[in-house]
Write a protein that binds this ligand. Sequence first.
Ligand SMILES: Cc1cc2nc3c(=O)[nH]c(=O)nc-3n(C[C@H](O)[C@H](O)[C@H](O)COP(=O)(O)O)c2cc1C
Length: 370
Amino acid sequence: MNNNIAAPLKEIPDGLVCIADYAHFAKQHISHDIYEYIAGGGADELTLQRNRRALDEIQLLPQMLKDCTQGSTATTFMGESLRHPILLAPVAFHKLVHPLGEIATAQAASALETTMVVSTLASQKMEDIAAQLDSAKWFQLYFQQSRAFTLTLLKRAEAAGYTKLMVTVDASLHGIRNRAQRAGFKLPPDVKAVNLEDRPELPRKVLSAEQSIVFQGMMTEAPTWEDIAWLLQNSTLPIILKGLLHPQDVVKAQRMGIAGVVVSNHGGRTLDSIPSAIELLPRIRKAVGAEYPLILDGAIERGTDIYKAIALGANTVMVGRPQLYALAVAGALGVAHMLRILREELEVTMAMMGTPEIKDINTQSLYSDE
Ligand SMILES: Cc1cc2nc3c(=O)[nH]c(=O)nc-3n(C[C@H](O)[C@H](O)[C@H](O)COP(=O)(O)O)c2cc1C
């Protein structure tokens, strides 16, 4: 790590009281280029801003005088018991912000009984992270150039005890990351995608002058529905697709046997000028019916955000960037504190709304002036 920046703290600083505070405090613990890489979105960041704005515009309508003394954030999801409907989203390279990287995050997830989704681009071995996780562990898969190596990753995840496979399908191209480019972000040499180190080197494609580096280059490695069908035949783990927004895509996934979907725009980091997941969620819920497992992510920073997502049809949410900010500020302690804040804010919201259990939360809890 860069020596000019403050080391992670051993206790939570005074005045750090909410998730957004973590982004602010993290600036002292991360170099500027790394901060910009994490915080930034695609192109003009229209989608990034919209993710926050769309949540802010939803209002809650509380009901009074309900007995909430038996309340709980516990729920079950895809056959697993959750202490709260908050998951750690797959986020690459935790060692960018802390020397222990994903190991520290996993310790926090265990302490707060939180499901962690480990990225293909983790900077620690997936087996070592799994060994730290007492809570549920899921593996996020990026399709690899060769199906054989994709299968190797899948088999390793199965052997290490991961119980679900989350396949990300919205990031075959990086997107136009102007903010990270302006800051000159480059992956430091000591931070690597260690789970891909055995990846076989395939011959580099030589493109002619008429061919496009996007279409005939990068897109030849992007998965298609055919690859998803192949994966379904080869995985013993239930498969969740991450990064669908179009209701027709979600219905297609449901019909082909995909176990659940993450409605997500990748934290506004890929294609710019697309709607936020929360805006599409009601349409998607309607299209797939009440029972189909749906996860939502993007700008979840408050208990009220989680509540809004559940009211509009999500079963659970995931948090992305706040993990890295909290890890940078105070390591495992920071991530645990971040998760505790979210859970407590959700409890406060549920109690004040008069909806003591997750199953009580629905669109009746939202204000609409129609
Ligand atoms: C720095 C960074 C790295 C990410 N890496 C991955 C990844 O490796 N795999 C993946 O599926 N999503 C990745 N994501 C997207 C997150 O899983 C998630 O969709 C997004 O961060 C949610 O938005 P939020 O950051 O506003 O909570 C990454 C996001 C960030 C900010």
